[in-house]
Design a binder for this molecule. Structure first.
Ligand code: SF4
Length: 304
């Protein structure tokens, strides 16, 4: 992805995002709602709203991403499993249909592949032959993982894939997703608010704010020793496991700007305790700082 910009009539929601994905890695996009992370991820699937204008390059296998890649080379795991599954078809039939839509497999062969994919996520014959409404939320999300992986995609985009689940099932489903992607060699792009999961699962992370990347690098240094003020504020404000009970988390004051509302300076300046005249005048660009890329004039409070 190189210089991705996604514009709407009221302004740009993604403003020049660039990153490469490495085969087999888990790459996480994090940030507050409205940061542009879901739109950025969906650009990799060619699933940007029709009203939007898209500029920049989104390449897969050296060529542009097209709708023909969907389900074959790239796959989506959405937040709501029910939206990915038809309520009127048995789960195994839906996977078999997905297999036949990209191959010449016969019905029996496709059904066998479907059952194999469902077994690999822990869904046996009873669940495979059921309608989605008969499955629990966790089982439905497992079925969606199987559906996404049944054709062996190179890239799986998981957009807040476990938000609807309770914390215990969330971890189980994410662990399964990571393991299945590792087993098939698929790259996993994880869009998530769940920093505990990102810490556990991601190899690299990009922190987005106001349609841009503000910090990008290996997950461990970015999440354990963030240098961008936005990353530090975000991490401090989000709940995570391991905190003593009744811990009061600091609040990240203010709200992200609406698309089109970022002026000439840093989009985070109105909320940043370290903002100065330079920040309000010039929007920072990504540069190498302490082993990661950071878009900030004063990372870690560095003087101007
Ligand atoms: S550029 Fe300035 S306002 Fe923006 S995050 Fe860095 S210090 Fe804060």
């Amino acid at each position: 992805m190189d210089g991705l910009r996604i514009g709407f009539p009221d302004g740009e929601a993604v403003r020049g995002v660039s990153f490469d994905l490495t085969a087999g890695e888990v790459f996480a996009l994090v940030g507050e709602s409205g940061a542009g992370k879901s739109l950025t991820a969906r650009a990799l699937l060619g699933m940007v709203p029709r009203v939007a204008t898209v500029r920049g390059k989104v390449l897969l296998d050296g060529g542009p991403v097209t709708p023909a890649h969907l389900g074959r080379r790239v796959a989506l795991i959405p937040q709501d499993a029910m939206s990915a599954l038809s309520p009127v078809h048995r789960v195994e039939d839906q996977l078999a249909f997905a297999v036949r839509s990209v191959s010449r497999a016969g019905r029996r062969e496709a059904l066998s592949a479907a059952r194999g994919a469902l077994a690999a996520v822990g869904l046996g014959p009873d669940a495979a032959g059921a309608y989605p409404h008969a499955l629990s939320g966790g089982m439905r999300q497992r079925a969606v993982i199987a559906l996404a992986l049944v054709n062996g995609p190179a890239l799986v985009v998981a957009d807040e894939p476990t938000t609807a689940l309770d914390p215990e099932r969330r971890e189980q489903v994410l662990t399964l997703l990571r393991e299945r992607c590792a087993a098939t060699g698929a790259t996993l792009l994880l869009v998530s608010h769940d920093l505990t999961a990102v810490r556990r699962d991601a190899d690299r992370v990009a922190v987005m704010y106001a349609g841009r990347i503000t910090e990008l690098g290996e997950a461990e240094p970015v999440l354990e020793r963030p240098v961008a003020p936005y990353t530090r504020g975000l991490l401090a404000s989000l709940p995570r496991t391991g905190l003593p009970r009744r811990t009061r988390l600091p609040v990240l004051a203010g709200a992200p700007p609406a698309p089109g509302a970022v002026g000439g300076g840093c989009g985070f300046a109105p909320r940043c305790p370290g903002a100065d005249d330079l920040c309000r005048r010039e929007e920072p660009v990504l540069r190498a700082v302490d082993g990661r890329a950071v878009a900030c004039h004063h990372p870690s409070g560095e003087a101007a």
